[in-house]
Write a protein that binds this ligand. Structure first.
Ligand SMILES: Nc1ncnc2c1ncn2[C@@H]1O[C@H](COP(=O)(O)OP(=O)(O)O)[C@@H](O)[C@H]1O
Ligand SMILES: [Mg+2]
Length: 270
């Protein structure tokens, strides 16, 4: 197990009752634990401040949020409301300035670089607006690059099949449309079977029709793998595909709406 502490040091250090992240990473593969087994993230009073003095920006101004296993959550808010900052903190790409951020009962803010790297590698799949595929590798090879270093990956072919690219395995990115490239990126993110899938404006670079196909792929992954999925958007149309919609503005959760049911992606009115 990665980690600089032995058992007794942990007991001494973690007076607040949370466990170090390395423990949570280990536990993910096993049964969930804690008072609510389905609770994945718990954020309390999370703030993130960039810069200092007159240049100071309070990107997150006290976020309280619980996220649960298997949910599909849409994070909706105007540009500059803190969506990307929040997602980056959930994914361990960045850490809060203050507040508590727990992943399955483990305090992310207490993790060192090595533990965070392992957390990202084992627990989190990221999808961004731009696909970041390697141009000289085929779809299959782009996905295999990740599965080769994962603990319990699915075969690259199965991941690509899940996003309906079973017939494009040996195409290079330049031979694929934008929507197909984004679906390769989704296959790459989910092939390691992450517990969490974080998507930052995944359809931002796509036209509506292509965007729908990409969102359908994400919804299918969430349904079939049970991956807690968070999709950032500034497009209110996408709200109906979610179990819950979290409205962000000025770095705060303004309100949370639970949808009675999820609308199929192809029924969303653009
Ligand atoms: N690395 C950074 N350095 C300084 N300010 C930042 C940085 N990242 C984001 N910000 C600022 O934080 C606020 C929230 O940004 P962001 O989380 O990207 O919002 P959104 O994704 O909702 O558009 C904005 O005012 C933005 O300019
Ligand atoms: Mg953003």
């Amino acid at each position: 197990m990665i980690g600089r502490h032995n058992q007794s040091e942990q007991a001494e250090e973690r007076m607040d009752g949370t466990a170090p992240v390395s423990d949570a990473v280990t536990r993910v593969a096993q049964a969930p634990s804690g008072p609510d087994p389905a609770l994945v993230y718990r954020a309390r009073e999370v703030t993130k401040v960039y810069g200092s003095g007159p240049a100071e920006v309070r990107a997150l101004a006290g976020i309280d949020l619980d996220l649960f296993e298997g949910e599909l959550v849409v994070l909706l808010g105007p540009s500059g409301s803190g969506k990307t900052t929040l997602l980056n903190n959930l994914g361990g790409l960045d850490l809060p300035t203050a507040g508590a951020l727990e992943y399955r009962g483990a305090d992310l803010t207490a993790a060192d670089e090595q533990q965070l790297t392992r957390f990202r590698r084992e627990c989190v799949g990221f999808i961004f607006q731009f696909y970041n595929l390697i141009p000289s590798l085929t779809a299959r090879e782009n996905v295999a690059l990740i599965t080769e270093i994962a603990t319990d990956p699915m075969p690259p072919e199965a991941a690509l099949e899940m996003v309906n690219l079973g017939a494009r395995l040996d195409h290079f990115p330049a031979q694929l449309s934008g929507g197909e490239q984004q679906r390769v990126a989704i296959a790459r993110a989910i092939a390691k079977r992450p517990a969490v899938l974080l998507c930052d404006e995944p359809t931002g670079a796509l036209d509506v029709r292509t965007g729908i196909v990409v969102l359908e792929a994400i919804a299918r992954v969430n349904r079939e793998l049970g991956t807690l999925t968070v999709i950032i958007t500034h497009n209110a149309v996408m709200a109906d595909m979610a179990d819950r919609v979290i409205f962000l503005s000025d770095g705060r959760v303004q309100r949370i709406r639970r949808n009675a049911s999820r609308a199929p992606v192809n029924s969303l009115k653009w």
